[in-house]
Design a protein around this ligand. Structure first.
Ligand SMILES: C[S@@+](CC[C@H](N)C(=O)[O-])C[C@H]1O[C@@H](n2cnc3c(N)ncnc32)[C@H](O)[C@@H]1O
Length: 223
């Protein structure tokens, strides 16, 4: 595996460069943000509970892991996260700040995991950048690497599904989509997942938009 995912298009290069530039900022500012976001903790806790004791010690993918801030939470619940991110700098700081946890440069559209090898995948604010043409491939990849009955958990900024430019507040720019909960439910259902939890919370004072959460179980459709 190289430390650079395949260059595929201009938007991806722009996204990767932006997140390379943001990596140290993420490490500084977001390391303990989970302590201040009870809704995030609750949904991630539900994801861990759904995986159950049976999956304790199993590998789960932290897809678009950024600086790896979810790692302590997931490890404390007996899971073995394996982070991947498009941005090499994010992977570098994640490795530095969370020694003992594997992190690799990879793209959600081409994941470095074998078929049905993971008990769960977490995509925390990392599925918001996919261009329409890339979405089927990305969701199919998530389904491919999950074992039947495995769980996907995702958090996302809620909006009207239109293309926007993001990152300007922190001096970068990239394409981003704020998805509706209905959009996210459709995307996972189309990829043979069954939605088991979906919620939306209002924006906090420092946020621009409500936040969405979804957990889905990979088919077969019922346990
Ligand atoms: C908003 S950050 C969230 C990081 C982390 N999940 C968190 O909650 O702190 C989004 C991350 O997704 C990564 N990302 C975006 N598109 C990706 C893709 N196609 N494949 C892998 N990672 C991606 C970015 O590089 C960035 O680190």
């Amino acid at each position: 595996m190289t430390d650079r995912a395949d260059a595929v298009d201009t938007a991806t290069d722009e996204l990767r460069s932006a997140h390379d530039a943001l990596a140290e900022l993420y490490a500084e500012r977001l390391a303990d943000v989970l302590d201040r976001t009870p809704a995030d903790r609750a949904v991630l806790g539900l994801f861990c509970d759904l995986l159950g004791e049976h999956h304790a010690g199993h590998v789960i993918g932290d897809i678009g892991c950024g600086s790896g801030r979810l790692t302590p939470f997931l490890r404390a619940r007996g899971l073995r996260p394996h982070g991947v991110d498009l941005a090499p700098e994010m992977v570098r700081v994640a490795r530095r700040d969370h020694p003992g946890t594997p992190f690799d440069v990879a793209d959600v559209r081409k994941l470095p995991f074998a078929d049905a090898s993971l008990a769960g995948v977490v995509c925390w604010y990392s599925l918001m950048y996919l261009a329409p043409r890339d979405r089927p491939r990305a969701f199919a990849e998530l389904a491919r690497v999950l074992r039947p009955g495995g769980y996907l958990a995702t958090a996302f900024k809620v909006g009207d599904d239109r293309l926007r430019r993001g990152g300007q507040r922190v001096g970068v720019a990239f394409d981003i989509y704020w998805h509706s909960p209905a959009w996210m439910e459709r995307a996972v259902t189309t990829a043979d997942f069954k939605v088991v939890f979906s919620a939306c919370r209002p924006a906090d004072p420092e946020e621009d938009q409500p936040q969405g959460y979804l957990i889905a179980r990979r088919g077969p459709a019922s346990p």
